[in-house]
Design a protein around this ligand. Structure first.
Ligand code: DWN
Length: 414
């Protein structure tokens, strides 16, 4: 089900011999403990009562003292995680606005005509790129069950893991832009991933990697974004280290609020263009300490205990959004359908299944008005504004949302 991960996948720290050929000291050169939620189910393992569950694995984050990369202590077999992947890129108002914003940014930096997206999912982002003037788009994604949806959007996708491709440049051809949105955090072999980026990128190519930023996650104790799909919790230093080993370097860093706080890191072939002035300074001043991780663990446990205490009051409570985050929350607090009657979700592949690790059913959003729970826990908190607007009728009838990340009683009930 999983293998152990003991060295840094970005800078090679704690490897038997690191990239400079120096033998590691097995006692001192070790990844350091950062955070743990113990044994947890796979966050997107939505099954019905008859289907066999894929099981539990340790959910521990280790930290590289050299480049600051947070990384899981195990790598779960990707076939278990992605062979039939229920997550589709959210076609929400929030996400569409974000696509507009980053496309505007990317058009400033490259010709924006021929575009490769790694981890193209169902082709939604590339469809937006076509609408914004791109002439040729190619998607690469390992989830075979999403290929048809991508083709329906007019996006040609290759079913593959980018980092496992032998010569991607022959498949993709010359591109102005390579996009990898919320993909790098899922990749185990960064060396192969960045090597293939280096093979495809030309002097004029911009590589745009968007990932949740570890400093945002730590600062807001967004522990529910820690799950087995997310093998890494990226720092700028880790990305720069892996890029420079493959003749790529940072060109620009832009911060966005999406998914709890993400960074869009633009890379260029080394020497092909002058990096934006503040970008190198931001990397070199980046500090992520083990104390930050210690405070993250403590703040996360406070939030978990807070939600568990609320659920013990026995009110009629449901969840809103069967996100991967909801699986982490529900299993961390140890809730069953006695505490959380159901979780609503718009994704057909998740409906009429059960939240991984529990007997809690996932149902359609209409259940909110049918069942009239008193409270709905906002597990899709990253889309809070549009969800709250959307569910006005239920709220007018007395329904209240719970913000599980609230750090004060005043903010807990919305
Ligand atoms: O890295 C990943 C991030 C980007 O997305 C993936 N590994 C997994 C996934 O994480 P997630 O499942 O936490 O993502 P979302 O997009 O926060 O999930 C939101 C869930 O809420 C979806 O299942 C859709 C659902 N939803 C809903 O039911 N009603 C979403 C909206 C906006 C709504 O109005």
């Amino acid at each position: 089900m999983y293998t152990l991960h003991t060295h840094c996948r970005a800078c090679g720290f704690a490897k038997d011999t690191n990239p400079t050929g120096i033998k590691a000291n097995p006692v001192t050169d070790r990844l350091q403990f950062g955070f743990s939620l113990g044994l947890q189910p796979l966050a997107n393992d939505f099954c019905d009562e008859k289907q066999e569950r894929r099981g539990f694995a340790p959910l521990d984050v280790m930290v590289c003292p050299q480049c600051g990369l947070g990384q899981l202590s195990v790598v779960v077999n990707p076939n278990l995680l992605y062979s039939h992947y229920p997550y589709v890129t959210s076609d929400s108002e929030t996400m569409r606005e974000h696509f507009q914003t980053i496309i505007h940014e990317l058009k400033q930096e490259c010709a924006f005509s021929s575009i490769l997206e790694i981890g193209s999912n169902d082709g939604l982002f590339l469809e937006h790129c076509l609408k914004h003037g791109a002439s040729r788009v190619v998607g690469i994604d390992p989830a075979r069950n999403l290929l048809q949806a991508s083709a329906a959007r007019g996006v040609m996708s290759v079913c593959a893991n980018f980092e496992q491709m032998m010569s991607p440049e022959h498949v993709v051809g010359d591109v102005d832009l390579i996009v990898a949105r919320h993909v790098l955090c899922h990749v185990d072999d960064w060396t192969a991933f960045f090597r293939n980026l280096g093979r495809v990128a030309r002097e004029s190519t911009v590589v745009a990697i968007e990932v949740p930023y570890v400093r945002n996650m730590l600062a807001a104790s967004e522990f529910d974004t820690v799950y087995h799909e997310h093998l890494s919790y990226a720092s700028l230093q880790a990305i720069r280290c892996a890029a420079k080993a493959n003749n790529l370097d940072l060109h620009k860093v832009v911060h966005y609020p999406i998914h709890g706080g993400s960074i869009l890191v633009l890379l260029r072939v080394e020497g092909s263009a002058k990096p934006h002035s503040d970008c190198i300074q931001e990397v070199e001043s980046e500090r992520i300490t083990m104390q930050d991780w210690g405070e993250f663990q403590a703040a996360s446990l406070r939030k978990i205990n807070n939600l568990r205490s609320f659920l013990r009051k026995g009110m009629k409570v449901c969840g809103y959004g069967a996100s991967a985050k909801s699986t982490v929350w529900i299993n961390a607090v140890g809730a069953t359908r006695n505490e959380i009657s159901f979780v609503t979700d718009t994704t057909p592949q998740k409906q009429w299944k059960q939240v991984p690790g529990t007997n809690i059913p996932v149902v359609d959003p209409g259940a909110l008005l049918r069942e009239r729970p008193e409270y709905a826990i906002l597990f899709a908190w990253n889309y809070a504004d549009e969800i709250i607007r959307k569910e006005n009728r239920w709220r007018e009838k007395g329904g209240k949302f719970i913000n599980p990340h609230a750090t004060s009683d005043r903010d807990f009930i919305i």
